[in-house]
Design a protein. Structure first.
Length: 445
């Protein structure tokens, strides 16, 4: 590997200087983990972790700008050139009692012993930037060439040390387009029930990485194959085998449709990915077959919204993300009726804050089923006619204006204000004078 390709990277240059500072002070230092893997794959790493023989206390003396995050486990966060780097002391870890944290941490001067505690062979390699050489004690380069995700040492032991590694195995396998080693797959099938011992936040973060990593559908498929989906996302696993009307969904059952939608995400984002994943979550509970012998899912969007909120709440998502996704899920079927909407209602739809996300959800829903994009194109035309201006106009009048004109407050005034707003959006009135004149002649209750 030629480090000239990476020498233009500011992150690479700064990381190399950190290693040089460590060695000048008498300690070993190497790039380690994902950065080394990505470099061997021809990718420029976005961040670089560094492994060293220096303890966190010794490293803190070399690097004044540091944060003692994870010091108990031999990790120091340092800042060089305003770039954060994770600096980890070579260590052995033993006796994992909780499926995440080791009971004992023993420092070592040996990178080989440090490699032995890591998760997968492709993540256990070290790189010496000064000598431009790889230290590979676990066969990581071989497995990269073979395209296989394999644990370092015994798979069952590696996963038992941190059960999140089962999800990480899925993510690396699908993102890199590799195969999962048979021993690793068997170990996951045996240990999968331990997924419930992980915190919701850790599971959520790993799922987010899968859903926004370029191969979300493949990740969900592999989770399902390994029995992890029914534990992490039972709402999604329940979609498997739920049949749909062929005239609307020639692609197949609800899970097939959902995965096809994930495959069609051009710019994956957390809100869009979860909106897709959960938009039809209510179909299993609303499934029925009519006298026409066709499957029906009456008001499934409402059931889906309830399920989406429950799922996202369980995974500890922020209120903002929950609200955005639940709103998109609950309202995704109204896009099927935009060709029948009156102009005021259509304008309100377009003016919603998350309309771009909802429109993209609708587009992907269509191209992943019946492929009819008429309503999507109608909405694009409406946006074009609006000149890109989607905000609703300021109301012509408010309650104070009507009271000043002699009207009494109460339910009737609310009806008047709503009717004026409808007429304003429809272009039927355009001045405050017209609005007040209409209000004065509004029929009594």
């Amino acid at each position: 590997m030629n480090n000239v390709f990476f020498s233009g990277s500011r992150v690479f240059q700064t990381a190399a200087r950190i290693v040089d500072k460590l060695r000048t002070a008498g300690y070993a230092g190497y790039f380690v983990g994902g950065a080394v893997r990505d470099m061997l794959l021809g990718k420029t790493p976005k961040d670089i972790d560094i492994a060293t023989s220096a303890t966190p206390q010794q490293a803190a003396e070399i690097f004044p700008r540091h944060y003692k995050i994870g010091v108990a486990f031999g990790i120091l966060m340092i800042v060089e050139d305003d770039i954060p780097f994770e600096l980890a002391t070579f260590r052995e870890e033993r006796e994992y009692a909780d499926g995440r944290h080791p009971e004992t941490v023993k420092y070592t001067d040996s990178p080989e012993l440090d490699a032995a505690r890591r998760d997968f062979t492709i993540n256990g390699m070290f790189y010496d930037p000064a000598a431009n050489r790889i230290l590979d004690f676990t066969g990581g380069q071989r497995d990269l060439e073979k395209g296989v995700i394999k644990t370092i040492g015994n798979a069952e032991q590696r996963f038992s040390e941190d059960y999140l590694r089962m999800l990480r195995a899925v993510r690396f396998t699908t993102r890199l387009g590799f195969e999962l080693d048979r021993e690793a797959a068997d170990a996951i099938l045996k240990l999968k029930h331990n997924l419930n011992r992980l915190s919701a936040e850790r599971v959520r973060d790993e799922l987010n990485l899968m859903l926004t990593g370029g191969t979300p559908a493949a990740a969900i498929r592999l989770l399902h194959k390994l029995g992890l989906l029914e534990l992490a996302l039972p709402e999604v696993a329940a979609l498997d085998g739920v049949t749909q009307p062929e005239q609307f969904h020639p692609e197949g059952d609800v899970l097939t449709h959902t995965l096809l939608m994930l495959d069609h995400m051009p710019l994956p984002g957390i809100e869009l990915a979860w909106s897709i994943l959960l938009h039809d979550a209510g179909k299993p509970s609303t499934y029925s077959v009519g006298e026409d012998r066709i499957e029906h899912f009456y008001r499934h969007e409402e059931a889906s919204a309830v399920i989406a909120e429950s799922c996202l709440n369980r995974l500890k998502f922020s209120r903002k993300i929950m609200d955005t996704v639940v709103h998109a899920v609950k309202n995704h079927m109204r896009f099927a009726m935009v060709d029948r909407m009156r102009p005021p209602k259509l304008k309100r739809l377009i003016a919603e804050e998350d309309f771009p996300l909802q429109l993209e959800l609708h587009r992907i829903d269509c191209i992943s089923s019946h492929s009819k994009l008429g309503n999507y194109l109608l909405l694009l035309d409406s946006l074009h006619q609006a000149g890109g201006e989607t905000a609703l106009p300021e109301p012509l009048v408010n309650g104070r204006d009507l009271m000043a004109a002699g009207l009494k407050p109460g339910p009737r005034m609310g009806k008047i204000l709503r009717q004026i707003a409808e007429m304003q959006l429809a272009g039927e009135i355009s001045t405050q004078e017209d609005a007040i004149a209409f209000a004065r002649h509004f029929p009594p209750d």
